[in-house]
Design a protein around this ligand. Sequence first.
Ligand code: PLP
Length: 421
Amino acid sequence: MTTPTTRPGSNRLTTDPSILNSDSEPERPPLSTRVLSRRVDEVPRSGIRRFFDILATMTDVISLGVGEPDFDTPEQVIEAGRHSLASRRTHYASNYGTLELRRALAHHIERTYGVRYDPTEEVLITIGASEALDVAVRATIDPGDEVILHEPSYVSYRPAIIFAGGVPVGVPTTIDEDFALDPVKVEAAITPRTKAILLNYPCNPTGAVLPHEAQDEIARIAVRHDLLVYSDEIYDRLVYGGYQMRTMGSLPGMRRRTVLMGGFSKAYAMTGWRIGYICAPSEILEGILKVHQYVIMCAPTVAQDAALEALKTGEPDVARMVGQYDTRRRLVVDGFNAIGLRTFEPLGAFYAFPQITSTGLTSDQFAEALLEEESVAVVPGTAFGEAGEGHVRCCYATSEAELREALVRIERFVKRRRGNR
Ligand code: PLP
């Protein structure tokens, strides 16, 4: 990376008036390093985006790449959105979000996890969990504060921490640990600058959940070291095999130090509506609200009305979709293992994370060659951090027929590769 020069004013586009008038500009560092902030310059382009740029030029591709439900939003939820528009609910909502949605959400969380949040001052409706992450981190991180996170992890975490001036400290997780965060490694990563731990279980990209013992121990560590915990639980409803999801704030000593982030995108198939939320103690939420208020103002009113309907009547839809994801999960996990791509059993989200090292290819090479040779899109594990090398992420939120065809193509590809070695 080229660092901007330290000469005062040298990061300006131009400082010398004679240059403004001259036709030929003198040699300077590239425009990006002079114009973009160091924080932005430091963050690489998303590895996923590069991939989708290639994909966009191809036809007949089976995509296991995008992390979103293949289902449409349930009909009654769409209808609620229509009704909201027809009722001219086209104005700003409260900065916190509509009180009806906050009440319903607080009730839902209490009923599901036994944790009570006051809907008037402890619940904030955001533009997806994406905004929740950004405003939560920006409201709580000072320059140089360290945030411990497990890796491979969701593509936005490192950038969000860096944009806020913080320092991400990755703790690798491996297939041999079923990608669960090891509390011993977490404690070893703590320094006097550690401010927070960022958790995402069920996890994107691995599909891992956190065993209860590990979760308990991480909570004890957070209490012992007085750390904040950001818990991105956007996949909380998508769990399988009898795993019992517990929200982080329900553990002893955790409610007061947990920033819960979630959203409607995954469980209710509402990615395009862009509704997420944060629940946190009022003292913390008040600060987060400041960032949200000045940057966003409020989440779209119509989409909040639709999300309210999802909470009220969407349970059967969630159960239907989770049932289908579960069937597909079995199909792909068994399929990959049968091909000889070692895949641990993911108990959450809708991703499988097969190990591809037996092909002799890196994650990037595997994903690129598979796309070119067999028109199947998967995401290289390295898009989620270095700890993802040796794996690719496959989203199984797509039809069974497509998954079966993808497995046939992947098997053909893997055999060919092994035959070439
Ligand atoms: N957090 C994780 C772990 C995700 O996987 C995603 C989306 O893929 C998000 C947050 C963002 O979700 P939203 O659509 O609510 O912004």
